[in-house]
Design a protein around this ligand. Structure first.
Ligand code: G6P
Length: 613
């Protein structure tokens, strides 16, 4: 959460940082600010609200200068207002900082600093850092780099920070622990971002800061790197693969809409070079290398949060059915704090779109400390989680900007399907004929997703009918139960309609009491092993006058007779239905959100990358 951007060089820094902040708004959008140094003055502009509010506010101000740091905030300590917005400055207004993370011991530090005469202007944890840094400079007469390094040794918590000084417009100091920070190396300039998206249009050469590292970006002496324990490090420069077009809406009204419609491509990309249809073979090199360990494990533990957790449950059904390996799925936030029984014989699969989620990362560290092997399924290449795992597979969905996850989810399910098929084949649990059939079906999924997307205007009509509902229920059985959970999550997060996902049969144990003629019930009723049972559940809803919107297999006649609306999806193997059934639910939420005038891509109170626990 929170996005950081910085620039130092010959160009005007303010517009570069402002543009970068817009790219990072998915990380938080309750206030934004920029500090810019023009060689004489350090001007700080900050505003509650989105980056565009800051842009309007700064229009008639002096934003000149070649060095700037910027921040877009998701509030933790202190409400969203102008004072709590970053950057924060020292008492003498000489130093400014932007920070992503949480300084856990801020209260103690703040108390000490107040006693030493520092005056605080905000309620944030961040402000202690800049007072601490200026305090060290004053006392020790050291430079900004050294003072920041020493200050970080006093801090407990997570941080990605960038600090500048009014007196030295030629350098920027950056450091990281647990929150991400990427440095872009231009020809005669440097860029910084919480991820590479603000950097990619200027340079492809980047350095991902590691935990405990502090960097000096100097126009005189270049990039130097140390640990906060003062050991010199050599920067490892990597080349970005990201393309700038992937960060733009490309003719769609919203990023979420674009990302829904990208799924035929993103699923295909995820399978490319892995699903070798002609050879009847699955290639997942990194993971296969750990296969013996996995087969020897008592069970697989999947950890994730949010939508990724839903993908994890789909993974549980897939892995147990196709490879007969026992699986447990846990919320990372629960796993990390419940003293889980885990040892070196365990294998953990961590799923994360962003690769930065604090709880997932902490759960990984815990499992690692007990000796477990960690497999990662991430979307963001080179993200912290991707680097913290022993092996893994990227989803290759491309940048996902809409806060509500869509193409990353189907990418995660695609990877989990490939893993299940690979393990099932290699441990002999899946018979060759079924394996081959599933390979063919999997290969056809992108085309079938394309077909589902053609129902967009029909789904929009359904959205129009139910857009004013106050509640909604989503039901599914077996592998489609997590699809129901995901459908409910999508609707509530972007349209603020209360929605619940349930295993269809569990409806009798509570939710049925809520059903009346006002209540839309979305049911995944495809022709699979539990079809008849789901049809009975639909009858139960109808008997109580609920409205049923059913997702059915193409050509279905029975459900059509009893449901209020049916949305057809092409026939596929039972185990692959989630990849298709999810799509109409994504479209439905999207249209409802637009019709209700909600901010589709940046729903209130949410952020895409949750780097605080
Ligand atoms: C946030 C996002 C969700 C996402 C969840 C987990 O809540 O809004 O879309 O599913 O975090 O994020 P991750 O990046 O770990 O998948």
């Amino acid at each position: 959460m929170c996005g950081i951007v910085a620039y130092i060089g010959e160009k005007e820094a303010f517009p570069i940082v402002l543009k970068g902040l817009k790219r990072l708004e998915y990380r938080g959008y309750d206030s934004a600010g920029i500090a810019v140094n023009n060689g004489e003055e350090l001007n700080v502009y900050k505003k509650q609200g989105k980056v565009v509010e800051l842009e309007n506010f700064a229009k008639d101000k002096d934003t000149s200068g070649g060095t700037a740091i910027g921040h877009t905030r998701w509030a933790t300590h202190g409400k969203p207002n102008d004072e709590n917005a970053h950057p924060h400055t020292s008492d003498n207004e000489k130093y400014a900082i932007v920070h992503n993370g949480i300084i856990e011991n801020y209260a103690v530090l703040k108390e000490e600093l107040i006693q030493r005469g520092h005056v605080f202007k905000s309620e944030t944890d961040t402000e202690v850092l800049i007072h601490l840094i200026s305090d060290i400079i004053e006392k020790q007469q050291c430079d900004l780099f050294e003072a920041t390094r020493q200050a970080l040794n006093e801090v407990i918590g997570a941080y990605a920070i960038v600090v500048i000084s009014k007196d030295n417009p030629n350098e920027i100091i950056a450091a990281k622990k647990s929150s991400p920070l990427v440095i872009g190396i231009g020809k005669d300039d440097f860029y910084i971002g919480s991820d590479a998206t603000p950097i990619v249009e200027y340079t492809k050469n980047v350095v991902y800061l590691e935990d405990g590292e502090i960097a000096r970006l100097s126009l005189d002496s270049g990039l130097t790197l140390k640990t906060i324990q003062n050991e010199t490090k050599t920067p490892y420069i990597q080349e970005l693969e990201m393309k700038i077009e992937a960060l733009e809406k490309g003719g769609y009204n919203h990023f979420m809409q674009k990302e829904i419609f990208e799924q035929p491509r993103s699923i295909r990309d995820c399978m490319r070079g892995r699903l070798m249809l002609n050879e009847n073979y699955i290639s997942l090199g990194g993971i296969e290398a750990y296969q013996d360990k996995i087969f020897a494990a008592k069970r697989l533990i999947i950890i994730a949060c949010g939508t990724s957790w839903h993908a994890g449950i789909v993974g549980e059904y897939l892995l147990e059915e196709l490879s007969r390996i026992p699986v447990e799925v846990e919320y990372a936030s629960e796993f990390r704090y419940r003293n889980p029984i885990i040892d070196e014989d365990d294998v953990v699969i961590a799923i994360s779109q962003s690769g930065e989620t604090a709880d997932t990362l902490a759960a990984i560290e815990l499992a690692k400390s007990k000796g477990a092997t960690i497999i990662g399924i991430c979307n963001v290449v080179n993200s912290t989680i991707a680097r913290a795992t022993d092996c893994g597979a990227y989803t290759h969905a491309g940048p996902e900007i809409g806060v509500a996850s869509t193409k990353a989810f189907t990418g995660q399910v695609t990877v989990l399907t490939l893993i299940s098929l690979l393990f099932g084949k290699n441990n002999g649990e899946i018979d060759p004929a079924r394996f081959s059939r599933l390979m063919i079906e999997m290969n056809a999924i992108p085309e079938k997703v394309e077909e589902v997307l053609k129902s967009d205007s029909y789904i929009k009509e359904i959205a129009e009918i139910y857009k004013d509902s106050h509640n909604a229920l989503f039901l599914g059985r077996g592998i489609n139960f997590p699809v129901a959970l995901e459908g409910a999550l999508k609707l509530k997060e972007i349209s603020y309609i209360h929605a619940e996902g349930y295993p269809a049969a569990e409806m009798k144990h509570g939710p049925i009491a809520l059903i009346d003629e006002e209540m839309p019930v979305f049911v995944i009723a495809t022709q699979d092993a539990s079809y008849e049972k789901v049809v009975s559940n639909i009858q139960e809803v109808k008997a109580r006058k609920g409205k049923v919107i059913a997702i059915v297999t193409k050509g279905d006649k029975d459900v059509r007779k009893i449901a209020d609306h049916v949305i057809e999806i092409p026939r596929t193997d039972d185990m692959l239905v989630p990849l298709l059934a999810t799509i109409p639910l994504q479209l439905l939420s999207y249209h409802v959100s637009v019709m209700r005038g909600c901010n589709v891509d940046q729903p209130r109170n949410l952020a895409k990358s949750v780097t605080v626990e």
